[in-house]
Write a protein that binds this ligand. Structure first.
Ligand code: ATP
Length: 282
């Protein structure tokens, strides 16, 4: 029996059209994400990572192909999805308390008040912020604000969590803490996560798979299985020889992507256990 993937990105193409100008940002992206997977996406700057995420989040139409969430085609922001963006400063409402920010999407989802209280309390405790319910976002550090954004996504009880470079604007120590928080939440809540990052080390540390995108117009250059132990910690995991191999492998792929390479033969991938996808001829 074949299980329906939570997320199916089915030969997606995206062309931006401004007046008479056409920019083919994404050529043919094709991959599935199974329930409970944590999949990272890396690629050179301008590879189309944000474009892909916006298409998946239903924030923009695809030019061809289809994105399906639990078997249904996406044609607008789907209810079972939560998104955490890089700009936490802009994603939180400064005139609302932390509690108000986390509760807002639940009100929009028409969750009854008593249930909302439980969900907000649990989510804030989960991200270690149960002492700042009544603070305003601008009274918190950047890392704390990003925790509020994560709590808001978690409280929503999404089937899939999309994250677009969520830690790019925080310092290295906070970033490491937030990475561990995501692994911990993912393991505990069994939520499916698609995580876009510029950072190759972060992708290998976090992911069960790393999708390496080619340069724009984008295809999946390689889908690398990250066969590191499930229990990860910043010092031990990053010191493993296998971590170094996978990191070097993904780094090499990103360098190839920058040079315009769009296809890697399966047998040229000794370090990663590549998953191959059938491509439509373009
Ligand atoms: N609104 C737009 N109109 C026209 N072209 C666009 C638009 N948005 C993005 N592009 C182009 O699409 C391509 C992919 O951009 P996108 O922002 O998705 O890449 P990215 O991988 O997220 O980049 P970065 O890593 O630098 O954030 C780029 O060539 C970009 O110039």
């Amino acid at each position: 029996m074949t299980l329906t993937p939570v997320l199916a990105v089915d030969h997606v193409k995206k062309v931006y059209t401004t007046g008479t100008r056409h920019v083919e940002a994404v050529r043919d992206l094709h991959f599935d994400v199974a329930r409970g997977e944590l999949v990272c996406v890396v690629g050179p700057s301008g590879a189309g990572k944000t474009t892909l995420l916006r298409c998946i989040a239903g924030l923009m139409d695809v030019t061809a192909g289809e994105v399906r969430l639990e078997g249904s085609a996406i044609s607008g922001p789907p209810r079972g999805m939560a998104v955490v963006f890089q700009e936490y400063g802009r994603s939180l409402f400064p005139w609302m308390t932390v509690r108000g920010n986390v509760e807002l999407p639940l009100k929009e989802k028409k969750v009854p008040r008593a249930r909302r209280t439980v969900l907000v309390d649990e989510a804030l405790a989960t991200v270690g912020l149960d002492h700042v319910h009544d603070s305003y976002p601008w009274q918190l550090s950047g890392g704390m604000q990003q925790r509020v954004a994560i709590a808001r996504a978690v409280a929503y009880e999404p089937h899939i969590l999309l994250m677009d470079e969520p830690f790019a604007a925080v310092d290295a120590q906070t970033r490491a803490d937030l990475e561990d928080l995501i692994r911990e939440l993912w393991a505990r809540l069994r939520v499916t996560v698609l995580f876009v990052t510029h950072d190759i080390d972060e992708a290998v540390y976090l992911g069960e798979r790393v999708l390496v995108l080619s340069n724009s117009p984008t295809v999946v250059l390689e889908d690398v299985r990250i066969d590191l132990p499930g229990e990860r910690d910043q010092l031990g995991t990053r010191a493993l020889p296998r971590f170094a191999e996978l990191r070097a492998h993904v780094y090499g792929l990103v360098q190839q992507a920058k040079r315009g390479v769009r296809a890697v033969p399966a047998d040229a991938s000794p370090a990663g256990q590549t998953l191959q996808y059938e491509r439509k001829p373009s």
